[in-house]
Design a protein around this ligand. Sequence first.
Ligand code: PAF
Length: 289
Amino acid sequence: MEIIKKVSEIQGICLQARQEGKSIGLVPTMGYLHEGHLSLARAARAENDLVVMSIFVNPLQFGPREDFATYPRDMERDCRLAESVGVDYVFVPDGEEMYPQGYNTYVEVLGEVTEKMCARSRPGHFRGVTTVVLKLFNIVQPHRAYFGQKDAQQAIVIKKMVADLNLPLKIVTCPIVREADGLAMSSRNTYLSPEERRQALALPRALAAGRELIERGERDPRKVREKILEALNGAPGVRVDYVEVCSGRDLSELGVLEGPVLLAAAVYVGKTRLIDNIDLEVKPCCAPC
Ligand code: PAF
């Protein structure tokens, strides 16, 4: 595995691979890798000739009062882990390489997908994500790019950008990887104290309670949302940011739960903001509700 710091160098490597007819898989990350990231890299390894993982803590997607400066970083460990799952190249540009002096171009998906849920409490976040992701797509020119379902809204926003701009690549979304007790893996879990770590379990449990209600036949999104909210509001140490029950295709509001449905929530546990979701395919309810 090779570590590449320069845009021109990774561009040259990827261009040559394309000319040789090789397929390229890109796994964009902000590092501090966990099993979730590694599952993306394994999927990329299985489907492509060349696997590039980018590790870049993107300042553009952090708000002024967010954790850009303290975001966990461990490049040596990340490189060891990336190599262990068969990544060919890790691309680790610094801030100046991605956004040189005078950088002034941004990419923004407008509309409902970037107006609700995480966008409310993190203004400018998705603009930062789409800007860096489009730059990475332009630099690496992958055939496929891999994102985690944990960031369900991010995956939908990126798919919209790819469709709207006719980008010639496939976005692959991989399932959420959870700890043994159900907490979704996240680099930010390291911020939690042991007590907060226990309290954080309220998030996957509340979403699971919402899913159970649907499985028992409930098709009213408001009732499912209330159930999740109730579970979270009753949980010690947890402050709700949002709970959303909406279309898993485009995050639009649903009158009745049917087809792809997303149950999503964000909470604060102490100072740490955690997100999680469950996506499911809901069949029409035949029993009288
Ligand atoms: O999901 C992430 O880690 C980041 O948002 C991404 C896609 C690497 C862009 O910085």
